[in-house]
Design a protein around this ligand. Structure first.
Ligand SMILES: [Zn+2]
Length: 192
């Protein structure tokens, strides 16, 4: 098979490999050897350097996240899409730098467990985040009043009438809370 020049050692010994890729992960990752079927990569027989394709790197990262019980980059993007927040807003809510958050979504680094937990909570309980953010607000009384008013108004709606329109009360409330969360984020920006 034709070999190419290795960018690491300069030897003409870089060879394309295909098949099952095997990797011994570091000790902090449980589950033993990682395997990726139908992979493509380059390997140098002189210096033993390996150059992985993008797809292979991503597959390994996904396994790493799953084994650590953390959301994968794709899952992070899905959560953010559901909340309707921008990457900048997410970073602000979590209290991390914008670049840090973006690196998690791009798979260039992995969020730690506490941030992973916060992101999962934001996904499942946007209302709790709204309340916490509202508590930090200088004009929190108005915000909380508005929040409660919206909630009681929605609770007072006739569920049957809403079902007739194809709507579900739970979803409507959730949507409303997400909107409120976005409003609060926008207000925080105005104040900052
Ligand atoms: Zn080499």
């Amino acid at each position: 098979m034709a070999t190419k020049e290795c960018p690491i050692c300069g030897g003409q010994t870089l060879e394309e490999k295909q098949g099952e890729y095997r990797l011994e992960p570091p000790p902090n990752i449980p589950g033993g050897t990682m395997t990726v079927p139908d992979a493509t990569w380059l390997a140098c027989s002189t210096c033993n350097e390996e150059i992985l394709s993008d797809a292979l790197s991503k597959a390994i990262d996904r396994q790493r996240c799953k084994r650590l019980g953390l959301l994968t980059p794709e899952e992070l993007r899905e959560v953010r899409k559901r909340t309707g927040l921008s990457a900048v807003d997410m970073a602000q809510l979590l209290g991390v730098g914008e670049k840090t958050y973006t690196r998690w979504e791009n798979g260039r680094s992995i969020q730690n467990k506490s941030n992973d937990t916060l992101i999962r909570l934001l996904d499942k309980h946007a209302a709790a985040f709204s309340l916490i953010e509202a508590e930090r607000e200088p004009n929190r009384d108005t915000l909380i009043a508005g929040y409660l008013q919206d909630l009681s108004r929605l609770k007072g709606s006739n569920p049957l009438a809403m079902a007739a329109h194809g709507g579900d009360l739970g979803t409507v409330i959730t949507e409303n809370l997400r909107k409120r969360l976005q409003e609060i984020v926008a207000r925080r920006k105005e104040i900052a």
